[in-house]
Ligand binder design. Structure first.
Ligand code: F6R
Length: 371
């Protein structure tokens, strides 16, 4: 049921304040003033000790689910102190890459039925790793065959392009990193700030959804473009990949997410006065590096669209040369949840304006059950 929306993708983008609330329900604990704040993930509690002792955490997924894991990687490394590596399921299988008994392998999949991810799970089980599932379908093969897991509880996702599952996956993995990190004194303030940020996140997502009309206007400007680049780094490298994936798969426009730190190692050659480029430059530890990226793209006369924190629009653009999209600022590790929303909206409006099928992009299936 699409309610008053025209498409499922549109409905699912707009219901993210609610889906995120359901994802977190009953899982965040804020005791009285003396009690510290914590996270409770029922499906994991018997395995947390084993996960904390693992030598490595390996995130495994495909497409958007892989991107969600990539977005959570920095906070996982920070809070757990355990090295985190990333695997695209098909690539792990192609290489028969090493997986050990001392590894914790986290399988991220909305459907829980993706063939490559399921085969990678069988491979990791054979190699003796502890296998954790992060899925949106409790009865799915990945949920059933992992040792333990967390249900993301985002509600059924119908649009082929994953939107609300992506933000719920990031939130679940942020909660997972809090649960694994444990309650050491040195990280207490940071953990509590993240938990407060999680409580407030649905409200901030509601705010960022107000950019709908602005993103429709931007889509109108970009309607006839051949290509769109998206530059991000740090917490928002994944946002760049995910924003580009959305534009590519539903709006059928070539788009590439680029790690800003790699700019000078090739992508800079593409920049001229005609190619539109989105630069994600919200406030975090990478902000000044992104400012310098903006300067350099500007020097090559790039057509810039800068996604920045509220209040920064006037200062991020050299000589008011670019368009800006201002978003509310949240705790740095949760910012990817906010930043992806305008890009989801952009992809949605571009698709409608270009006259393509929003909910069933050509050649794609919701659940990829063949290799
Ligand atoms: C993109 C998209 C796909 C899926 C991928 C994995 O919008 O939906 O990239 O994310 O096919 O699917 P799941 O998460 O079901 O394993």
């Amino acid at each position: 049921n699409k309610g008053h929306y025209e498409h499922y993708m549109q409905k699912e983008i707009h219901e993210q304040p609610e889906s995120l609330t359901t994802t977190m329900r009953g899982r965040l604990i804020r005791g009285g003033s003396s009690k510290s704040k914590s996270v409770l993930l029922g499906g994991l509690k018997d395995h947390l000790k084993t996960i904390r002792r693992s030598r490595r955490i390996v995130f495994i997924g495909c497409g958007t689910s892989y991107n969600a894991a990539l977005a959570a990687r920095p906070i996982f490394e920070e809070l757990s102190g355990i090295p985190v590596t990333m695997e695209i399921a098909s690539d792990l299988l192609d290489r028969e890459g090493p997986i050990y008994r001392e590894d914790t392998a986290v399988f991220v999949s909305q459907s829980g039925e993706t063939a490559d991810t399921l085969l990678a799970l069988q491979y990791a089980l054979e190699n003796g790793a502890l296998c954790v599932g992060v899925t949106n379908t409790a009865s799915s093969a990945i949920a059933r065959n992992t040792h333990c897991g967390v249900h993301i509880n985002a509600g059924a996702e119908i649009g082929v392009a994953s939107t609300k599952a992506y933000t719920s996956q990031i939130v679940v993995m942020a909660m997972l990193s809090l649960a694994i990190g444990g309650d050491t004194i040195s990280t207490k303030a940071r953990r509590e700030a993240i938990i407060d940020g999680l409580y407030d996140l649905p409200n901030k997502v509601r705010e960022v959804l107000e950019l709908d009309q602005e993103m429709k206007d931007l889509a109108n400007l970009l309607i006839a473009e051949q290509s769109l680049l998206v530059f991000g780094r740090g917490y928002n490298y994944a946002t760049a990949l995910e924003g580009a994936l959305k534009v590519k798969e539903v709006a059928l426009m070539h788009s590439e997410g680029i790690l800003a730190g790699e700019m000078k190692h090739g992508p800079l050659a593409l920049v001229d006065e005609s190619l539109p480029i989105v630069v994600i430059a919200t406030r975090d530890a990478c902000f000044s590096k992104q400012q310098s990226v903006i300067q350099q793209l500007h020097a090559r006369r790039g057509r810039l669209i800068v996604l920045c924190s509220e209040g920064d629009a006037a200062s991020v653009c050299p000589g008011k040369s670019c368009r800006t999209i201002e978003v509310p600022q949240v705790e740095d590790c949760l910012q990817p949840v906010i930043n992806v929303v305008p890009l989801q909206l952009l992809a949605y409006h571009l698709t409608v304006l270009r006259g393509f099928n929003v909910d069933q992009p050509r050649n794609l299936a919701k659940s990829v059950t063949t290799q």
